[in-house]
Ligand binder design. Structure first.
Ligand code: PGA
Length: 252
């Protein structure tokens, strides 16, 4: 089973609309000739419309970084899945560790968000991963099992492969401390096996990304690992040139 790699850049809370326009004009020519890899940028809500317009017809897809689980309601400050899909946004990052740690995102909310994203035609990128303390106390598998089980509980077996999972060890995010190839492969193979407990065919098809200090220098080795189907890139996605180099590494 060959899975098409996905390289997704997570801008976090960076780039005004003007800055995002400069970026996309620099990115498009750099990735237009690179085949065999899907490219996504996950941008702030305020950049979505401009990026969808500027990327239309190109190989770059535009994702949001969060959404509410309800289609509408009295939820001041929130954005729903239908609001995103109406803009032609392709998908949405869900459960990023920054949202879990800083904004109280819970597995319970995620269990509702993932199916709502799918129902609105969005590709969810569900982020999971352990803290340094959990890794040091051999709790990595337990944490991943709990997150995968709870966050995907509302997704029927036949839709599991439509979810993208990102394994992001929290100690590797924004720290420059990338997981070793062995650590990344082991955790991602474990996640694939967890999906396989639900549905064997979905486990073969579901794409699982690695995230955490991915850079042009380490991308090729990580993406070449047998169970790793691409990368979720934070810091190194903020410059079009370094992001394009990571895209090229995934195609190689
Ligand atoms: P990083 O962030 O690449 O800057 O470590 C990854 C992420 O938060 O998705």
């Amino acid at each position: 089973m060959s899975r098409i790699p996905l390289i997704a850049g997570n801008w976090k809370m960076y780039k005004t609309e003007e800055q995002s326009e400069e970026y996309i004009q620099a990115l498009l020519p750099r990735v237009s000739a690179i085949d065999g890899v899907e490219v996504a940028i996950c941008v702030p809500f305020t950049d979505l419309r401009a990026m969808v317009d500027s990327a239309r017809g190109s190989r770059v897809e535009v994702y949001a970084q969060n959404m509410h689980q309800e289609p509408e309601g009295a939820f001041t400050g929130e954005i729903s899945a239908p609001m995103l899909s109406e803009l032609d946004v392709r998908g949405v990052v869900l459960g990023h560790s920054e949202r879990r740690a800083l904004f109280g995102e819970s597995d319970r909310a995620l269990a509702a968000k993932v199916p709502s994203a799918l129902a609105a035609g969005l590709v969810p990128i569900l982020c999971v991963g352990e803290t340094e303390q959990e890794r040091d106390s051999d709790e990595t598998d337990r944490k991943l099992r709990q997150q995968i089980r709870e966050d995907l509980a509302g997704v029927p077996a036949e839709r599991l492969a439509d979810v993208v999972i990102a394994y992001e060890p929290i100690w590797a995010i924004g720290t420059g401390r990338v997981a070793s190839a062995e650590q990344a492969q082991e955790a991602i193979a474990f996640i694939r096996a967890l999906v396989g407990d639900r549905d064997r065919d979905a486990a073969e098809r579901v794409r699982i990304l690695y995230g955490g200090s991915v850079k042009p220098e380490n991308a090729a080795e990580l993406i070449a690992l047998p169970d790793v189907d691409g990368a979720l890139v934070g810091g190194a996605s903020l410059e079009a040139e370094s992001f394009a180099q990571i895209v090229a590494a995934a195609a190689a």
